[in-house]
Design a protein around this ligand. Structure first.
Ligand code: AMP
Length: 217
């Protein structure tokens, strides 16, 4: 399975990618997570990316393509992957196409997760992640269950991403509209796009994605 999850920030790409990873046994490849790891480790990439991310802007295409090239070369991606947050520009999509051609593989589908702008804003500002296990929650719609433990056997340690404040969220949504939305046409023309209504419970959206993947194009 080689998939791209496409959608605005807050459309649920990360959450669904985590669930699909567990179900299909192929890794979620989140460029946002890879960048946040680099920031946490204080690498040169992380130091350069932090200001860009905090402003809600996009990290440079050549940097992102380098990160993806390295990540897809790891053995766990040999049987497939779920790309979450990449590509985000036409240049990245062209670069991904060339990289996959080199690897002699192809994308199966691009799933577009469609959600209303008002819902997106609400989702992003209520979003929290666990510092230890990386799981993503929502204060209202998907809080940790009482007594639930994370992978280290301790309670989840929730925090809000620095770019999930209201102002940065507005900027990220604007950047999505300008730079990423053109990918919808791009992948539609290639016959790869499958649209999914991503407003619903996690299980509902999950089921819609699976149905969309089974539909013949
Ligand atoms: P995400 O976790 O996918 O919302 O990504 C968080 C931030 O990381 C974005 O707002 C960008 O600043 C940066 N980022 C993640 N993926 C990409 C990408 N493919 N291209 C450029 N910047 C990215």
């Amino acid at each position: 399975m080689r998939l791209v999850l496409l959608g605005a920030p807050g459309s649920g790409k990360g959450t669904q990618a985590q669930r699909m990873q567990a179900r299909h046994g192929v890794p979620q490849v989140s460029t946002g997570d890879l960048l946040r790891e680099a920031v946490a480790q204080g690498t040169p990439l992380g130091r350069a990316a932090k200001a860009v991310m905090d402003a809600g802007q996009l990290v440079a295409d050549d940097v992102m393509l380098g990160i993806i090239r390295e990540r897809l070369a790891r053995p766990d991606a040999a049987r497939g992957f779920i790309l979450d947050g990449f590509p985000r520009t036409i240049t990245q999509a062209d670069g991904l196409g060339r990289l996959l051609a080199e690897l002699r593989v192809a994308l199966d589908s691009v799933v577009l997760m469609e959600v209303d702008a008002v819902v997106l804003q609400r989702r992003l500002t209520g979003r929290r992640s666990c510092r230890r296990c990386g799981r993503v929650f929502h204060l209202e719609s998907n809080p940790p269950k009482p007594g639930e433990r994370c992978t280290a056997g301790r309670p989840h340690d929730l925090f809000q991403r620095p770019d999930d404040n209201e102002r940065t969220v507005r900027e990220r949504l604007a950047v999505y509209g300008e730079r990423t939305q053109p990918l919808i046409d791009y992948y539609e023309r290639k016959g790869l796009l499958r649209r999914v209504d991503a407003d619903g419970t996690l299980d509902e959206v999950d089921a819609r994605i699976e149905r969309a993947l089974q539909r013949r194009q």
